[in-house]
Each structure stands twice: as structure tokens, then as C-alpha cells.
Design a protein around this ligand. Structure first.
Ligand code: APR
Length: 236
């Protein structure tokens, strides 16, 4: 599809948008892969797995503390705002985000499912109570039981919340437009969402800086999300 392509919103009833790190790059949050990416500079096995958390919770905390620090300081960009506007004009719009930065909500989106949790909450590694809102970026211990805290995010080799999976599947199976923005599409389960939506009959459109290899029947617009999304939706 051309960069100037339009999506006529009134042709769709159930709109689902999957977002990844690429949508927050223009806000100043690094992506995970590629030049300057978090996993280009840090080792996943050392600091982002369930095993790493058991071995060294401080290291895992410190590997993600910069995301909380950044997310507390930065603002949503034009791409986040365009999706918030989409929901305000077409309330049956849902965002499934792999991002943990909270920028969709800050932009005004309400129907947001955080597949990988959020950096804005912490949780005791002994799970002695519910996760709670937390602004701290320094590693600290649970006030109740003294065990180390962790961010309320999903690490590699951890399961996603089962309600989150159930709700996402349900939305995808009923979607007639599925937009995928700024994700390399290699981490499951989100990596499997395109075939599910396609199978359900949705019109699938990918907006990504680089071309991705999804095969036939999947339209792509290659460029920056913050430049494409603000003029992508036709509300007439
Ligand atoms: N606009 C659109 N796309 C962009 C932009 C931009 N301005 N900048 C980068 N991209 C694209 C990149 O080309 C890449 O394809 O966004 C994608 C980002 O991919 P990743 O860094 O792999 O991020 P993501 O897909 O969200 O990662 C998935 O991996 O480590 C885990 O849990 C982490 O949620 C994360 C998951």
C-alpha cells in the first residue's frame, strides 16, 4: 500500500490494533531489536528471563529500570494520539500492546490490553500481595514480606496472564480490521495474531518501518508510524 493510503473506518465494525516497540520510538523509547535496541545491547538470558529473575532479581530489575525512568518522563507521539482518536471516533477499537510503557493510556486510549504487563507496577517475587502502582526505579524489597520486588511485566519463559490471552483471542476472532504497528512480529503469542485474524476474515494491514515477511494477502505500509497513522484513517 502507498504511504498515502487511507482506511475508511466506517467500513469496519470491530477494529483491533497490535502495537510493538516501534510505535514508541518517536517518544524516545528504544526498540528491542535492531540498532540501539535493548536486546542488541543487553543479553536476554542474563536479564530478561524467568531463570534470570530467580538467579539475580536485582539484575533483571536494573535491566528494565531505564524503561520506567524513560516512560515516566516522555510523552505519547502522533501515532499513539492517532489511535486514541480512532477509539474516540470508533469506540469498538481495541489495542493489544506488547509495550510496557503505558503511552497508549497516556495518549487517551481506554481499550488497551497490555500483553506483557506494565513497567508502572511492581510485584513481590513471592507474590504475597497484588501488584501495585510504583514510581521507583531503584531496586527495593517488598514492605510486607521483605522479598525482592519485580516489575509487573512478562519475562521470557513466563506465561502471559490467561485472561489476557482469552480476551485477545476473542477480539481477534471477531476483528474485521486488524492493524499491526511497529512490531518485528517474532515474539509469541503476538507473532501468531496475524494468521488468527486473517483466518477470521479480517482485513490485515501492517504499518512498520521495515518490510516484514507475512506472505500473501497481507497489506503493508512501510514507514514511520508517527508519520503514517495521523493521516491513515478516513472518518467521512
Ligand atoms: N515506526 C514504525 N515501525 C518502527 C519504527 C517507527 N518509527 N521504529 C522501528 N520500527 C519497527 C522496527 O523496524 C521493528 O520491526 O518496529 C519493530 C520493533 O521490533 P522489536 O524491537 O522487536 O519490538 P517488538 O516487536 O515490540 O518486540 C516484541 O519482544 O523483547 C520482547 O517483550 C519484548 O514486547 C517485546 C517483544
Amino acid at each position: 500500500m502507498e504511504k498515502s493510503a487511507k482506511i475508511n473506518v466506517k467500513n469496519y465494525r470491530n477494529i483491533v490494533v497490535l502495537t510493538g516497540a516501534g510505535i514508541s520510538v518517536a517518544s524516545g523509547i528504544a526498540p528491542f531489536r535492531g540498532p540501539g535496541g535493548t536486546w542488541t545491547e543487553k543479553d536476554i538470558d542474563e536479564c530478561a528471563t524467568a531463570q534470570a529473575l530467580r538467579r539475580d532479581p536485582r539484575k533483571v530489575w536494573e535491566a528494565f529500570a531505564f524503561v520506567r525512568d524513560k516512560a515516566n518522563k516522555v510523552e505519547p507521539n502522533a501515532a499513539h494520539k492517532a489511535l486514541a482518536e480512532l477509539e474516540s471516533k470508533h469506540p469498538n477499537t481495541w489495542i493489544l500492546t506488547q509495550n510496557i510503557d503505558g503511552l497508549h493510556q497516556k495518549a487517551g486510549s481506554h481499550n488497551v490490553i497490555e500483553l506483557h504487563g506494565t513497567i508502572h507496577r511492581s510485584q513481590c517475587t513471592r507474590y504475597c500481595s497484588d501488584a501495585f502502582e510504583d514510581k521507583a526505579i531503584e531496586f527495593h524489597n517488598c514492605e510486607k514480606c521483605g522479598a525482592p520486588l519485580r516489575y509487573d511485566i512478562v519475562l521470557f519463559n513466563e506465561n502471559l496472564d490467561s485472561e489476557v490471552i482469552y480476551k485477545s483471542r476473542d477480539l481477534l476472532e471477531h476483528a474485521d480490521l486488524f492493524l499491526v504497528v511497529g512490531t518485528s512480529g517474532i515474539v509469541y503469542p503476538a507473532a501468531g495474531f496475524v494468521p488468527v485474524a486473517k483466518h477470521a476474515g479480517a482485513h490485515v494491514v501492517i504499518v512498520n518501518l521495515e518490510e516484514l515477511h507475512y506472505g500473501k494477502g497481507i497489506e503493508q505500509i512501510n514507514g514511520k508510524a508517527e508519520e503514517i497513522l495521523p493521516s491513515l484513517f478516513d472518518y467521512t
